[in-house]
Ligand binder design. Structure first.
Ligand code: SF4
Length: 468
């Protein structure tokens, strides 16, 4: 007897990674069209919760218009004798995994960036109420994390109710993030790793240190520690950091060893504080990307919520495609906003002296962590919308990058990324550990090189499909 026999669609790992395109979706929850959306887990005292209670505040799935986008919040309260507040972040991150187990339910991102879709097919099969989603979440949480003794799930689709909860959630996220600030990577013997995103990027391993927050921005070093203690066989695990072989780039013998094992040999070395050489891999749910701008030899930063194109004319989605997939790509670096606040942020590349552009909203969020003399030297979309405007701005503000131009002609700076000793470059069309999913199989190409004079990608017409 299946544990999900009262759910109208199937539930299982095989549905993880399922993409739902706009034309196939019944409804979209949150996402870029909604400014306020969230998912939040809070630990509560045992006597304060009504176990397995599911509440829907606002229109339920069957009441929303087909093809629409609605405001959305998921609020989960958990209780248990061994539960501590430090586990909230990790329990919250599991919403992503568990929702993706549901046939025809796509969950992307985390915290205030959530973006979900439910397919028409699954809606027609009967997935027409959030109650079913709540039931699945409750069953999975209680089975996978047995230290959760009681759980309540609330879905919010009424904008009037989502907004105030979102305000609260933002404060809670900030308090969680602030906790590890001030701690140094040198102060601890153990880092933590996470492979939760391997269903999307099979070679990706997050290395979470006090000064390098996870890419998704939802798991801190404290969260990692709490999770590895209560669920040692889970996706979050301890990494004894071992010998520090390069303090500038952030290379640790223990990190290399564990990442090699957890990426099944696809990634052998990781330099934690640089975007070149052996950078930390990026899955697909990073909060933002640091991207190299060869024309000025500096870095731009862009976050998921930025709707315009960046200073190099590319939108977040294109830059994210170049970054994602569990690869080590020179100059494209998946990051959390909290990592931008870290003194180790791109330390080996010059840190803030190398950052030249970022959206005004992100700058506002991290401005207290930018060295005072650099705050006005980093352009936003308000000062520079093109590379030419950026160059003029940097020169006018005497950004330290300008000195680098004198030392190295700007035409040559694009080559900087290639100045590395025998480092395997991952560039199109060379593939390393890139998964190919087709016909129900997942093929991982390890250290493969595919060369083609021309690549043509075209849709298969209906008649052609019939012939096959
Ligand atoms: S981004 Fe990293 S820390 Fe966050 S869920 Fe994915 S693998 Fe884990």
């Amino acid at each position: 007897m299946s544990m999900f026999e009262d759910i109208p669609v199937e539930v299982g790992v095989i549905y993880e990674g399922e993409r739902i395109r706009r034309k196939d979706m019944y409804v979209e929850l949150g996402g870029p069209k909604q400014e306020t959306k969230f998912e939040l887990v809070r630990v509560k005292p045992l006597d304060k919760l009504e176990d397995e209670k599911i509440t829907v505040i606002g229109p339920d799935l069957k009441d929303v218009q087909e093809g629409s986008n609605i405001p959305f919040g998921v609020y989960i309260e958990v209780a248990g004798q061994d539960l501590e507040e430090e586990l909230e972040g990790v329990i919250e991150r599991r919403i992503h995994e568990y929702c993706n187990f549901i046939e025809g339910f796509m969950h992307l991102n985390q915290r205030y960036d959530i973006w979900m879709r439910i397919s028409k097919k699954s809606f027609q099969k009967g997935l027409n109420s959030f109650n079913y989603v709540g039931k699945v979440l409750i069953k999975l949480y209680k089975t996978e994390l047995p230290f959760i003794q009681k759980i309540q799930v609330t879905f919010l689709t009424d904008q009037q109710k989502v907004r105030p909860m979102w305000d609260q959630a933002m404060k809670i996220y900030e308090a969680r993030d602030a906790k590890a600030r001030g701690m140094k990577d040198e102060d601890v013997d153990t880092f933590y790793g996470c492979t939760l995103c391997q269903s999307f990027a099979p070679t990706h391993v997050c290395v979470i240190t006090p000064q390098r927050y996870s890419n998704c921005g939802s798991i801190s070093w404290f969260d990692g520690r709490a999770s590895a203690q209560v669920d040692p066989k889970g996706p979050v695990f301890a990494i004894p950091k071992g010998e520090l072989t390069d303090p500038e780039k952030g290379e640790y013998a223990g990190v290399n060893e564990v990442v090699k094992k957890k990426s099944l040999g696809a990634v052998n070395r990781v330099w934690l504080y640089t975007s070149f050489g052996y950078p930390h891999t990026s899955c697909g749910c990073f909060e933002g990307t640091a991207f190299y701008i060869p024309e000025v030899d500096g870095f731009g930063i862009v976050h998921r919520g930025f709707k315009d194109v960046t200073v190099n004319g590319l939108p977040f989605s294109t830059l994210a495609d170049s970054t994602a997939g569990g690869r080590q790509v020179d100059g494209f670096h998946g990051i959390s906003i909290e990592y931008v606040r870290s003194p180790k942020f791109l330390q080996a590349d010059g840190g803030w002296n190398r950052v030249v552009w970022m959206p005004a909203s992100v700058k506002e969020r991290v401005k207290d962590f930018i060295p005072k003399d650099m705050v006005d030297k980093v352009a936003t979309e308000n000062e520079a919308k093109s590379i030419e405007e950026l160059r003029n701005f940097l020169e006018a503000k005497k950004h330290p990058i300008v000195e680098r131009w004198k030392a190295k002609p700007v035409e040559a700076v694009a080559e900087v990324a290639e100045e590395k000793e025998a480092i395997p470059t991952v560039a199109v069309p060379e593939l390393a550990g890139v998964p190919i999913t087709a016909g129900g199989f997942k093929i991982i190409l390890k250290d493969a090189k595919i060369r083609a004079r021309k690549v043509i990608i075209r849709a298969i017409k209906a008649e052609e499909k019939k012939k096959r």
